[in-house]
Design a protein around this ligand. Structure first.
Ligand code: AMP
Ligand code: MG
Length: 393
């Protein structure tokens, strides 16, 4: 049995970043940029007015003749002559010959005569070409995670497609003869398949693509065929259930038979001790425990790190210091992930129990907004102790 940190190291070592693809920018949110983006133009690409006002040569005096209007999108072809003014709207191209824009509030207009009331400085209210971004500037670095804030920037520079790292295709194989689907009848020892749905949602939420969510019978040959088929079409194959030592737990046998390279079978954690991680022809395999909270926890702590690495993201979470609001026990001395409620009081974060942590308590995790991690060396965390935690996303 290996430790949680070792398991993460092994997963990261055995996971490679996926290849690049060109994608339409609106499909790139949460993807990682696989190229440096340079500007092919100045932004803005012309001098423009920052205000609604009048374009003038400021040293021409106090009185001007208004000879026309430039609205946004228009272009004034001639050069503005001394003593003349052009009414100009915000965002409109600044005319040649002028040097300033005087705001509407600072002038009087009588017929087509403009009279400046205040003394104003030269260069006022003109946004210069290239003042935001210059031609050939490096705008976004390779490795940047694309957020909605980057989308507009890319659009403003004329990039409709960018190179990003692919996100992994993930197949979910949900094992168990006891399972019926959501609408199935609960009779004679059957339970509903909740893991398939939790995992599908988790895969999606992590940025990867859930390809399928098939219920697979507890039959070695059927499982073997399902796993081999899934490897054909996916970057990651995840099974739920069948990973421990029961009579009908076939995951390990199947991996042996197909010659997969099993890296580990158990992690010293709670919830979710039985976890199989294997490699098969550069594809990754995760065998998750069937218990609902365990399978979610193993996905959150381990599978997600592989997905992040494949997508070019940093394979780690940002943790915060949290103060225990309750006592937490670690009798079995494993790394324990406690799903909790984190509350903020006077600038500090406090963690409170949100329900029983038995492996099948989906209600507890639904009542939680965060988790804390008890390292295996720590037997008891007492009220007031500092502990590592984070909010769930
Ligand atoms: P296993 O890992 O296959 O031994 O399953 C452990 C426990 O998790 C058993 O009580 C199963 O009934 C339950 N379980 C297995 N798969 C699922 C599933 N897809 N949804 C909900 N519970 C499950
Ligand atoms: Mg089972």
């Amino acid at each position: 049995m290996i430790k949680a940190d070792e398991a993460i190291d092994i997963i990261i070592e055995n996971t490679s970043i996926l290849s690049e693809q060109k994608k339409y920018i609106l499909d790139c949110i949460d993807y990682v940029l696989a190229e440096d983006i340079y500007s092919n133009e100045d932004l803005p690409s012309f001098d423009k007015s920052a205000m609604d006002g009048y374009a003038i040569k400021i040293n021409d005096g106090q009185e001007f003749e208004i000879i026309g209007t430039i609205k946004a999108g228009d272009y004034y072809n001639e050069e503005l002559q001394s003593g003349k003014a052009l009414k100009i709207m915000t965002g409109a191209a600044f005319p040649k010959g002028a040097d300033s824009v005087i705001q509407i509030e600072k002038v009087d207009v009588i017929d087509n005569k403009l009279i400046i009331k205040d003394k104003v400085e030269k260069g006022l209210n003109v946004i210069k070409k290239g003042c935001q971004i210059k031609l050939n500037d490096l705008v976004l670095k390779k490795g940047t995670v694309i957020r909605p804030y980057e989308i507009g920037l890319l659009a403003s520079l004329g990039y409709d497609k960018i190179k990003v790292y692919k996100s992994p295709d993930v197949s979910l194989l949900i094992t168990g003869d006891e399972l019926v689907d959501i609408n199935g009848k609960l009779e004679n020892g059957k339970i509903r398949n909740s893991n398939g749905y939790s995992l599908h949602a988790l895969v999606k939420n992590s940025g990867a693509n859930p390809l399928s969510m098939d219920i697979v019978k507890d039959d070695k040959e059927i499982l073997k065929k399902s796993i081999l088929d899934a490897f054909e079409k996916s970057d990651i194959v995840i099974t739920s259930g069948g990973a421990s030592v029961g009579d009908y737990d076939f995951v390990e046998d199947v991996l042996d038979e197909i010659g997969a390279d099993v890296k580990f079978k158990k992690i010293k954690i709670k919830p979710g001790k039985p976890v199989v991680f294997a490699k098969y022809k550069e594809k990754l395999f995760f065998g998750l425990p069937g218990n609902p909270l365990s399978s979610i926890n193993v996905f959150e702590q381990f599978v997600k790190m592989a997905i992040f690495k494949m997508m070019g993201k940093s394979p780690e979470y940002d943790y915060i210091d949290v103060i225990a609001g309750d006592n937490f026990e670690n009798a079995k001395r494993r790394t324990i992930y406690f799903y909790v409620n984190i509350e903020k009081h006077e600038g500090k974060y406090y963690a409170y129990k949100s329900g029983g942590q038995s492996s099948n308590s989906l209600k507890t995790i639904s009542n939680s907004n965060g988790l804390i991690i008890l390292p295996e060396e720590v037997e008891n965390v007492k009220v007031g102790d500092f502990i590592k935690g984070r909010f769930l996303s």
